[in-house]
Design a protein around this ligand. Structure first.
Ligand code: ADP
Length: 334
């Protein structure tokens, strides 16, 4: 689970930043998104206009922050970064918006976790480049419209469905980022290896890519951990055999499941008889936050065919029992 979460410590963050592609041309693995976004930005540049607001949705670690940085770079515009949970009052948002410069890109991560009043302020800002600043209290309060610079909002969310319709509708362009295929991840791992000067052969890259659960952030993290192992326990060269040994040590299995994923599966199978079990109960039983289980472990386990979402809760499939080396109980189908 820890593998996919945004880095908590400064070293990890710096290591991650160093590997970010800085142009659309370098942003591999999402050709449709790159093509469409490239067109949107080029058209805006031609018109000498500020680019339309962009909504990026998809699981963590697929490149939403990276794309926001690329958008600013391609537009030659400065970038301002904030997140939904950081904006607790509409006033926080008003302060940010009125401090933007003309054409600035405003990246708002976890936009679905913004407070209601801030959300309403954002509607107006996106549409009319205006905020209403409320002065006074009670019946005497008045809203004073304040013009703000034209800006491009880049909103990011793990699921577009979490956004209220009116907010979604105010984006000129929406991109759904998908999990990356293994060849794309191999490219990314090779590129990263070059940047960190790691010796990585083709088979080693394939091994890391295969276990990265479709996610560039994980691919880069696994690469760094495998590089550590190669330097300390071997001659620094990353081969398939070495990558396998290293990833075994870090408890990432051959399908990319990590400790949290297996804990979730084991809980469903052994503690809850295969399910159905509710998400909150499941999260408590593995000692994780509900959000982490819901946004990180579950989508991957569902995609791998280990877990099913049913109206009554999560259910383990026969593949889950087998992956854990357990006998599939009678009556479990799917
Ligand atoms: P998100 O904002 O969606 O959680 P990030 O943009 O922070 O994801 O990306 C996580 C890491 O993955 C970054 O370090 C970045 O270098 C890498 N990354 C993401 N997308 C790509 C890509 N298309 N090509 C190469 N590296 C990528």
């Amino acid at each position: 689970g820890a593998l996919v979460r945004p880095a908590a410590d400064a070293d990890e963050r710096a290591a991650e930043s160093a590997l970010r592609p800085t142009s659309l041309a370098e942003f591999e693995g999402q050709p449709r998104v790159s093509d469409q976004l490239g067109l949107v930005l080029e058209a805006a540049r031609h018109r000498g206009a500020v680019a339309d607001h962009v909504l990026l949705s998809g699981p963590p670690g697929l490149g939403k922050t990276t794309l926001a940085m690329i958008i600013a770079g391609e537009m030659g515009a400065p970038l301002r970064i904030s997140s939904g949970p950081a904006i607790t009052h509409a006033g926080d948002l008003a302060a940010i918006l009125s401090g933007l410069t003309e054409g600035e890109v405003f990246f708002l991560d976890e936009i679905h976790r913004m407070s209601r009043p801030a959300e309403e302020m954002l509607y107006l800002a996106m549409e009319d480049f205006r905020v209403d600043v409320v002065v006074g209290k009670g019946p005497g309060a008045t809203a004073i419209p304040l013009e703000i610079p034209r800006f491009t909002l880049v909103g990011a969310t793990t699921r577009a469905g979490l956004l209220p319709g009116p907010l979604r509708d105010r984006f000129g362009f929406t991109a759904q980022l998908d999990f990356y295929d293994t060849p794309a991840l191999e490219h990314i791992v090779h590129r990263s290896a070059e940047l960190i000067e790691a010796h990585l052969d083709q088979a080693g890259a394939a091994e890391i890519a295969r276990r990265s659960r479709g996610t560039p952030r994980i691919a880069n993290r696994l690469l760094r951990r495998v590089r550590d192992y190669a330097q300390v326990r071997a001659d620094g060269r990353i081969t398939a055999t070495l990558a396998r040994a290293a990833l075994e040590l870090y408890e990432v299995d051959e399908l990319g499941l990590d400790r949290l994923d297996r804990a979730v599966l084991r809980a469903v199978c052994t503690r809850f008889g295969g399910g159905p079990v509710g998400l909150s109960t499941l999260a408590i039983s593995v000692g994780e936050e509900r959000e982490t289980v819901e946004e990180v472990a579950e989508p991957f386990l569902v995609r791998q065919g280990f877990l099913m979402r049913t109206p009554r809760g999560r259910v383990a499939t026969p593949a889950a029992w087998r992956h854990l080396g357990l006998a599939v109980p009678g009556g479990v189908t799917g």
